[in-house]
Design a protein around this ligand. Structure first.
Ligand code: NAP
Length: 244
């Protein structure tokens, strides 16, 4: 890998939560970070300001991972601006929880489109570039739900399990080309995505007795992006306070 200061990363869904923490952590190491947002441009601008304040480099890039055209255009723009893309963090995500018997098709589709088809839309053009570069790091944010399943989240659990399968298969496919593909599977993390969940019920399931912090997920992602992790490939690393 190049030195951190030459490297370029793209973090999807970086306007808040876990993606924000990942973008901040990578930028703090001197990596140029593209901060992706879908709808919350103001939040993305605030992150950009925070990154610039710490004398690190970043740019905003708005696109929706459910659109192939927007993903293609984003990769093109990044390559025009920076000439390379070393790190992709597929983090963008949504929940649309219902008991399965009541789950309408749009709830199934939006979760699949965002997590799984979004992975396809963005990762494929990025892999083509990484193959040309003969190197890169791809980190996919899965979930404990994709490892154990979660009642009320059949759609989300299926999508996150799919991400684990895609991670393992792609790692085998391109591992000989200097590219690693790993997944990070967070448990319950303090973000907007978990704000409406019942705390008492959740805490009973977490041996650590607390929710995780976005920074605790970001630290593992940063390790997987580092040169020390060159021999870690096709793995799923839990950050879950002992849940799995
Ligand atoms: P969050 O605070 O709700 O943030 C979600 C982010 O995803 C936002 O930046 C949002 O952008 C972006 N996003 C959603 N749909 C998008 C799309 N179609 N295209 C581009 N960006 C999109 O969620 P979070 O808790 O940080 O979750 C981040 C990732 O971790 C997700 O994949 C989630 O499934 C996973 N995860 C979270 C937890 C947890 O406990 N929080 C646990 C396990 C896994 P805008 O706001 O700009 O629209």
């Amino acid at each position: 890998m190049n030195t951190a200061s030459d490297q370029t990363a793209l973090v999807t869904g970086a306007s808040k939560g876990i993606g924000r923490a990942i973008a901040m952590d990578l930028a703090a190491q001197g990596i140029f970070v593209f901060v992706n947002y879908r709808s919350d441009k103001d939040a993305a601008q605030k992150i950009l300001d925070d990154i610039h304040f710490q004398n690190s480099q970043a740019a905003m890039i708005g696109f929706d991972v459910t659109s192939q055209d927007q993903c293609d255009a984003a990769v093109k723009q990044i390559l025009q601006q920076r000439g390379r893309l070393d790190i992709l963090v597929n983090n963008a995500g949504v929940r649309d929880d219902h008991l399965f018997a009541m789950m309408k098709k749009p709830s199934w589709e939006i979760v699949m489109e965002t997590h799984l088809t979004g992975f396809y839309h963005l990762t494929r053009p990025v892999v083509r570039q990484m193959l040309r570069q003969k190197g890169g790091r791809i980190i996919n944010i899965s979930s404990t739900a994709g490892q154990t399943g979660n009642a009320g989240q059949v759609n989300y659990s299926a999508a996150k399990a799919g991400i684990i399968g895609a991670t393992r298969a792609l790692a085998r496919e391109i591992g000989s080309r200097g590219i690693t593909v790993n997944a990070v599977a967070p448990g319950f993390i303090e973000t907007g995505m978990t704000a409406d969940l019942n705390r008492d019920n959740i805490l009973q399931t977490i041996p650590a007795g607390r929710l995780g912090r976005p920074e605790e997920v970001a630290a593992v992602v940063s390790f997987l992006c580092s040169s020390q992790a060159a021999y870690v490939n096709g793995q799923v690393i839990g950050v879950n306070g002992g849940m799995v």
